[in-house]
Design a protein around this ligand. Structure first.
Ligand code: SD4
Length: 293
């Protein structure tokens, strides 16, 4: 069996995010606190243009954020299409813990943030996002580039020493999306799914392709039926490929999974997906295998 506690998260920024999560876990022994604190680090990372308010905007030039959080007992919360909030993951946690709902979007989510005392930020693109947006506007072509514009959402899943699981996922979504577009990251079962009886999974990449197959839920259900996390990720990518044939050459998607024994899996559509794996014995990047070579 794998080690516990263990934290997995997507892409290179997963390394500092895992470190933040493990630090929080050491303080609280609470895996939910850990996965929230972990991705909060990424939400503030000015070099990341796919997470947080510094992320690339939609085609109107407005940055809108999606996030979700889930515990292995089935508790979950998410926000989507939210503006001016620095830590959508913490707002998703508020939805989970303080409201009778699972998902709150748009202006309603911003109002909840205000009511909960979250600071509301001025709506202003980060210098990097602004430069990229102005360049994009020259042609205004909507064409996500594999591993570049689809890149860098953080999905994090973790298991505590007590075997309890939790996960988090936060993003500014696809660059230059239509205003109001929501991706997989805040959709429970698509971008994130956690069940203490089985394991957890999270996703990154072209959200439409992931929502279509309920990607993270599918991985957890395949593990429930006896697949290893690796087998479940591979089968889910095969399903995604089959259901997205038309644009498969141009889309990337990657999945991470962990089971309740702490075994891990990862798989992507195309090469280039990597993830960070962190525990008591270290925190390191691992390259994922992929369906296409
Ligand atoms: C989305 N899945 O909004 C997100 C984007 C992403 O790495 O994962 N970027 O579709």
């Amino acid at each position: 069996a794998g080690e516990k506690p263990l934290i997995l998260s997507t892409w290179n920024h997963g390394l500092p995010a895992n470190a933040a999560a493990l630090k929080k876990y050491a303080e609280t022994n609470n895996i939910l606190d850990a996965v929230e604190a972990g991705v909060m680090d990424t939400e503030l990372d000015m070099s990341n243009l796919s997470v947080g308010l510094q992320g690339l905007p939609d085609r109107e030039g407005i940055t809108t954020l999606d996030a979700s959080i889930m515990k292995g007992d089935g508790s979950c919360g998410s926000v989507a299409f939210v503006r001016q909030v620095k830590h959508p993951i913490s707002l998703a946690r508020v939805v989970m813990e303080k409201t009778p709902h699972v998902m709150i979007v748009g202006e309603g989510a911003r109002q909840l943030a205000i009511a909960e005392g979250f600071p509301i930020e001025e709506e202003k693109l980060s210098p990097k996002a602004k430069a990229a947006y102005l360049k994009w506007k020259e042609t205004s072509q909507y064409k996500p580039v594999i591993n570049i514009e689809n890149h860098d959402t953080i999905g994090m899943i973790g298991i505590g020493a007590d075997g309890k699981l939790a996960g988090s996922c936060t993003t500014s979504g696809l660059a230059y999306k239509m205003h109001g577009r929501v991706g997989d990251s805040p959709i429970i079962g698509a971008g994130l799914y956690v069940d203490d009886e089985v394991g957890a999974a999270t996703a990154t990449g072209l959200g439409e392709s992931i929502i279509r197959i309920c990607g993270s839920f599918l991985i957890v259900e395949l593990m429930r039926q006896g697949r290893t996390p690796q087998e479940a990720c591979e089968e889910t990518v095969r399903r995604l490929v089959a259901k997205n044939e038309k644009n498969i050459k141009d889309l990337q998607a990657g999945f991470l999974a962990i089971n309740k024994d702490g075994e891990v899996g990862a798989f992507a559509v195309h090469p280039g997906f990597n993830f960070a794996k962190g525990g008591l014995h270290g925190n390191a990047m691992i390259d994922s295998n992929s369906y296409f070579k």
